[in-house]
Ligand binder design. Structure first.
Ligand code: HPA
Length: 245
């Protein structure tokens, strides 16, 4: 038996097939997490679900209290985390509605509280972040996407941008030149904080739009929401299978 942490992004505020055990909204040394932690069971596994943007969805990416979120999950006994992120697709295979399980990340965010050691020079730890995502967990996610015959890219470089606006086309050209395959606003500092806590962490990214300049169409919230509605159903199924396995 193990305890799973699931961080739901835009469009994922609850899980399917979970036997609810209760909710709590703990105080941490960094404040409160984005939303109450939802504790549940799936088969013999325990699950703690957290809505990254709050419930209802109100907290923009640059205002998420990532430190409180990660701290609270670990304090709740979580042993591994799957983060769900809605992203823009840069790589040609990352078309709208497809998935990516990235294996690398580049951080373009700024001004976010991005370490548990920020004010604590005495105990500062320079964690190894060469491979930001847990390889085993990522491989399991990929296998489940494949088994469902979903379109996905195994591995890829996640560019974490500041938001809340979307990028300019020139910014996407730059990210692509840097090697980025997908772009989102919430991948960092979340991944680094999980590493500081030594929590295995993997990302399941749903492509909800072509990145800026990759299509002639204007990116609208309405078009993104339509993709999210369908894509997050598939995410829920993959997560149930991951946890129940
Ligand atoms: N850019 C950044 N973040 C995003 C995007 C995007 O195109 N789509 C969803 N989140």
């Amino acid at each position: 038996m193990s305890t799973w942490g699931i961080i739901g992004g835009t469009g994922l505020t609850e899980l399917d097939g979970i036997e609810l055990l209760g909710e709590d909204w703990p105080e941490t040394p960094f404040g409160r997490p984005s939303a109450p932690l939802v504790h549940g069971r799936m088969g013999s596994e325990e699950v703690v679900f957290l809505a990254r943007h709050g419930k209802p969805h109100r907290i923009p990416p640059h205002r998420v209290n990532y430190r409180a979120n990660l701290w609270a999950l670990q304090a709740a006994g979580v042993q591994q985390i799957v983060a769900v992120n809605a992203v823009g697709g840069i790589h040609p295979r990352l078309t709208t509605g497809s998935f990516c399980v990235p294996d690398q990340i580049i951080d373009y965010t700024w001004g976010r509280a991005s370490s548990f050691f920020e004010d604590d020079l005495e105990h500062v730890v320079h964690v190894d972040f060469s491979w930001p995502y847990d390889a085993q967990l990522s491989a399991r996610l990929g296998a489940l996407l494949q088994a469902r015959d979903l379109s996905y890219l195994q591995g890829g470089v996640y560019a974490a941008t500041q938001g809340p606006r979307l990028e300019s086309a020139a910014e996407i050209v730059r990210l692509e030149r840097d090697g980025a395959d997908l772009v989102g606003m919430t991948g960092m500092p979340e991944a680094a904080l999980a590493r500081e806590l030594a929590l295995p962490y993997a990302c399941l990214a749903l492509v909800v739009n072509p990145a800026a300049g990759k299509s002639s169409e204007v990116i609208t919230m309405a078009s993104i929401e339509a993709v999210i509605a369908q894509g997050m159903q598939q995410v829920k199924q993959v997560l149930s299978e991951l946890i129940a396995a």
